[in-house]
Write a protein that binds this ligand. Structure first.
Ligand code: HEM
Length: 183
């Protein structure tokens, strides 16, 4: 997982619950208190899952609450950090269409060549007239974050769309299939 995600998560905990909580989360997840996460480098996905689980426990959040809180923090951070992606995307659909290639840009940027396909292969998109179909396969099983972020992106562009989670890794399916449907 690219260190951007750890950075946003730790910043979120700092803001919601203070720096001491962040220290405890690092400790519980077995991450050194001074370990740095570069936003353009890849780190072990399993370590990230430990950090996320520790954050959920320390903040006393359900899985769904944690996903929604993280998605909100991610959205707020992204608007500040990457305004160009919002400026060049003219609609929610346009932005969501671009999302896999934004991610692939990160995959290309990391220095470890073996990490690139791991990042790149998480998302695949199909386009239909009325919908985008997202195929997502990842050991992190963060489809809940996808759905929450998609809702925030739609709201950003004052759009409404239905989101159907047709299959889900959290229910034992091989991959998640998420339909974003514009009526
Ligand atoms: C400016 C916009 C965005 C940027 C810069 C960005 C960047 C990233 C990066 C660097 C990762 C880590 C990838 C990895 O290490 O495998 C990530 C993960 C993720 N992003 Fe985005 N993203 C953006 C928008 C979105 C949007 C709009 C969605 C959903 C609608 C989304 C959904 C996700 C999910 C679900 C993950 C977790 C993937 C996994 O590890 O399983 N992202 N994003």
């Amino acid at each position: 997982m690219v260190g951007l995600i750890h950075t946003i998560l730790f910043n979120m905990v700092d803001q919601l619950a203070g720096h001491e909580k962040t220290r405890k989360i690092r400790e519980a997840a077995g991450v050194a208190s001074d370990a740095e996460f570069r936003i353009d480098e890849n780190y072990d996905d399993a370590e990230f899952r430990n950090v996320l689980a520790a954050a959920r426990e320390q903040l006393g959040l359900t899985q769904q609450q944690a996903e929604a809180a993280f998605a909100k923090a991610f959205y707020e951070d992204s608007k500040e950090r990457w305004p160009t992606w919002f400026a060049i995307s003219k609609s929610g659909r346009d932005f969501l269409k671009r999302q896999p290639s934004i991610h692939n840009g990160f995959a290309t940027g990391v220095s470890d060549p073996e990490a690139r396909p791991i990042i790149r292969d998480k998302f695949r998109l199909e386009e239909r007239d009325d919908r985008l179909i997202v195929h997502y396969r990842s050991p992190n099983k963060l489809c809940g974050v996808y759905v929450e972020l998609a809702k925030l992106v739609l709201a950003h562009y004052n759009e409404t769309a239905d989101i159907e989670h047709v299959s889900c890794q959290n229910n034992g399916d091989d991959a998640c299939e998420i339909h974003v449907i514009w009526n």
